[in-house]
Design a binder for this molecule. Sequence first.
Ligand SMILES: C[S@@+](CC[C@H](N)C(=O)[O-])C[C@H]1O[C@@H](n2cnc3c(N)ncnc32)[C@H](O)[C@@H]1O
Length: 314
Amino acid sequence: MVGRPEIEHDPVLADRAVELLAARRGLTVVDATLGHGGHAVRFASILGKEGRLIGLDVDPENLTRARDRLESARTDDWPTLHLFRANFADIPQVLKAIEVPQVHVLLADLGLSTDQMLDSSRGLSFLEDGPLDMRLDPDLPTTAADLVNRLSESELADLLYHNAQERYSRRIARRICQARHRARIRRSGELVAIVTAALAGTPRSPKIKIHPATRTFLALRMAVNRELENLQSFLAIAPKTLYSQGRVGVLTFHSGEDRIVKQDFLDRRRAGVYELVTPKPVQPLRDELDRNPRARSAKFRVAARTQLPLPADA
Ligand SMILES: C[S@@+](CC[C@H](N)C(=O)[O-])C[C@H]1O[C@@H](n2cnc3c(N)ncnc32)[C@H](O)[C@@H]1O
């Protein structure tokens, strides 16, 4: 496959998101990760013309797709739309620019849309050979090729271990450094071959049959796009951004992200800032999984801001 495939991304847990985030007419909602606008269209159709939908995405192609999808779904009862190419770590600046002091709902559906994953020009998938880039925001300064060719062996091993809990991080890092000594690693296919060779003969969990390069690709993508740092910023911004009783929901797709969201919501509940709307994460049911295998690892957590004033350090 060459370039970006024309695949429509199916929104995960869309009905549950609308219900758990208590979306209703007239509210102001931030969809922090527009993607193809699947969730955004669902929210727009509920907010009505008294409502406001603010949407962000770092990927200009997805921003265009979301804008087109929202326009083609438009009715006479459509909310005011504000769509931005922006990082959700910058929500305060975005809201300031449109003079919206606070919002009722914040939604982040983390990770990638299906077409981004399969876009061979980004090298995000170990199934498609392409340039080893991995940037969702094409203006980011560092590509995955920069990281694998520049970091020291121990920095690479730490990155693989911390971001994706790769148990063979040291072995893979050693192989990467041996390979790049011969020639710069430029393609995702080259990295797949290096990791596969590094893991040949190692015992893999018989229960989880994942591709040997899965964790290496995940760890690099997270580093290139600063995914954990952006998530931490989003979670830190949320309390001040929400009106009292406003809700924040985060859809995650791997355990590292889910742990961060869970801990943040628990800490803020202890501080009197949040109530937990979902004491346990909500996961898709069988029929959604049959329709949309990407939903397999999804976990959705929602918290609501309490009516108490925010502590000074919130
Ligand atoms: C899983 S998709 C969202 C799908 C969307 N909810 C839908 O229904 O179509 C994630 C999107 O978030 C974007 N994204 C990832 N990190 C981001 C960030 N820090 N700020 C803004 N957008 C981001 C990606 O470019 C991608 O388009």
